[in-house]
Design a protein around this ligand. Structure first.
Ligand SMILES: [Zn+2]
Length: 212
């Protein structure tokens, strides 16, 4: 047994009064970004972190952009078919409105499809003491940074780059090769539209002929 040190205990008490009861929670606020190409396991990693938070009895809310309705309107579904419940929202503003006061963890999938307001919303949620975990594509089908991911990566405390397997050479893939002709940058699709490629095997011009 260590005798109590009145000086230390007193300091702690003063500190807790000065900072208030919300201080510990405020220090929990952080932003984590999980990014990579298609089929890199971004959503699986997001779900893994959410499950751990749930095991830790934390209150979690999950969101996804309404644009992404590939498999399920209300769940974050990965290609591996692991799923958690998520609320589809049309904008960052709508997401912010739906975050409940006692929510400790906010999970956001397909973050690259949100408007730029998501950057400020994530900052605000983290400033309020919440853990914000985002998953998204870091690059578009031409290998360009995919807004607003670069800004989210800049303000995040933690950035994890996950990589897929290159369909051509079997190496670690960082890029999403579009394998059908399409003009728009926002093309929601799975394996019928894209495959994972490494830097060397990535051929952005294959699908850019019409734009040159
Ligand atoms: Zn390759």
């Amino acid at each position: 047994m260590t005798p109590r040190d009145p000086a230390v205990d007193g300091d702690l008490e003063v500190e807790s009064i000065r900072r208030g009861p919300g201080a510990a929670r405020a220090h929990a606020g952080r932003i984590e970004v999980v990014c990579g190409s298609m089929f890199s396991g971004k959503t699986e990693e997001l779900i893994r972190r959410v499950k751990r938070a749930l095991y830790g009895r934390q209150k979690v809310q999950a969101f996804k952009p309404r644009i992404d309705d590939r498999y399920d309107a209300t769940r974050i579904v990965s290609h591996g078919a692991i799923a958690i419940e998520a609320v589809p929202v049309g904008s960052s503003e709508s997401l912010l409105r739906r975050v409940e006061g006692d929510t400790q963890v906010v999970a956001i999938d397909e973050a690259q499809f949100f408007d730029r307001g998501i950057v400020e919303v994530c900052n605000r949620l983290a400033d309020e003491g919440r853990r914000v975990i985002l998953a998204g594509l870091d690059q578009d089908y031409l290998g360009r940074p995919f807004p607003p991911m670069p800004d989210l990566m800049a303000i995040a405390e933690d950035v994890t780059k996950v990589r897929a397997v290159c369909t051509v050479c079997g190496g670690a893939a960082s890029r999403s090769q579009r394998i059908i002709q399409e003009g728009a940058t926002v093309l929601v699709g799975g394996s019928e539209c894209y495959e994972a490629r490494c830097r060397a095997c990535f051929r952005p011009r294959d699908v850019r002929q019409g734009e040159a």
